[in-house]
Write a protein that binds this ligand. Structure first.
Ligand code: AMP
Ligand code: FES
Ligand code: ZN
Ligand code: ZN
Length: 308
């Protein structure tokens, strides 16, 4: 297989784009595609500061790398959730994120890296919190809530304009599939590459890799020598989202481009007014404890977690 641009040996063949590329031109293609997504969806305005939420996994580390290479002011944030799972999952992923942060700072000296340690900050890790709330079997939804709150808090406290996450096309399509299976119109309305800032309480959230396949972010990380944690979170085993990913990957194998079409056509349909009738978003008020917007009366669901 030959690179379409230069004719050298290709390192990747993207069947859905009918495009094979060599290492150099694949890296350039990823940079180009991310730039296009950032511009098309108006993710980052000139001069804005970006906080990249990095998990130590391939997608978010690759995203941080790409944003820095594209010349954005992008700093990193890691949240230590205190998950062990027999293999020191959080400690290992933090070590990967830290090592990569050191490499970014060596190359781009203004780059900063922040760590929030849940246990130190709030006195409980995710497994401890889940046990107290009797949700130890699958603490993922609780974990998602905590991560969202902490990412938003840090972005606002540190004065960032934008919060970027490494969600790739496979993540977005699995979420979309789940939302459609249950016809969760409220979630469908809000599933978007960009969630705008909301008043004073919510940072703008962006997913610059939303149109890039997981296989491509993995190839990018490999080609750039990014050392990332390959393991999934120990609680993710058997999660429905992983089953959806398997099903969708089978469909993609049979018909290349299935995932991309499903996602892009969804965004198009939404832009054309599908779900508009349900778009009346719930009224938000400010949490009496932390000040972040919430649909709940009084305290937000994050602050209620820590009430004993
Ligand atoms: P996940 O929810 O694990 O699929 O991760 C989705 C995105 O959330 C990642 O690409 C990261 O940008 C961000 N993220 C996940 N876990 C963490 C973490 N522990 N610290 C900071 N960001 C995270
Ligand atoms: Fe939060 Fe797995 S990463 S439960
Ligand atoms: Zn080439
Ligand atoms: Zn709160």
């Amino acid at each position: 297989m030959r690179c379409r641009t230069c004719g050298a040996t290709a390192v990747i063949n993207m069947r859905q784009h009918k495009l094979a590329l060599c290492a150099e031109h694949f890296v350039a293609w990823i940079l180009h595609n991310t730039t296009r997504a950032i511009h098309n969806y108006r993710m980052i305005a000139p001069g804005e500061r970006v906080l990249v939420a990095v998990s130590g996994g391939k997608d978010s580390l690759a995203l941080w790398d790409v944003l820095l290479r594209l010349g954005y002011h992008a700093d990193g944030l890691y949240i230590n959730l205190g998950i062990d799972g027999g293999r020191a999952y959080s400690a290992q992923s933090q070590a990967k994120a830290e090592a990569f942060a050191a490499r970014c700072t060596a190359q781009f000296p203004k780059t900063r890296f922040f760590v929030v340690d849940l246990l130190k900050q709030y006195g409980e890790s995710i497994p401890q919190l889940a046990a107290r709330k009797r949700r130890e079997t699958r603490p993922c939804s609780l974990c998602g809530l905590v991560k969202r709150h902490e990412m938003n808090r840090m972005a606002l406290e540190l004065g960032y304009d934008v919060l970027a996450t490494g969600h790739n096309l496979d993540d977005e399509v699995a979420t979309l599939f789940g939302n459609v299976m249950r016809w969760q119109t409220g979630y469908l309305v809000r599933q978007d590459p960009v969630l705008p800032a909301d008043g004073e309480g919510l940072a703008r959230k962006i997913k610059p890799f939303c149109r890039i396949y997981e296989r491509e972010t993995a190839a990018y990380a490999l080609l750039q020598g990014i050392d990332y944690i390959e393991e999934e979170c120990p609680y993710a085993k058997g999660a429905t989202s992983l089953q959806y990913k398997e099903t969708l990957t089978q469909m993609e194998h049979d018909v290349p481009g299935t995932k991309l079409q499903f996602y892009v056509k969804f965004l198009q349909a939404k832009a054309e007014g599908l779900f508009a009738a349900t778009a009346g978003l719930p009224e938000l008020q400010l949490c009496t404890t932390c000040g972040q917007p919430t649909t709940a009366e009084g305290q937000c669901s994050f602050c209620r977690l820590w009430e004993r």
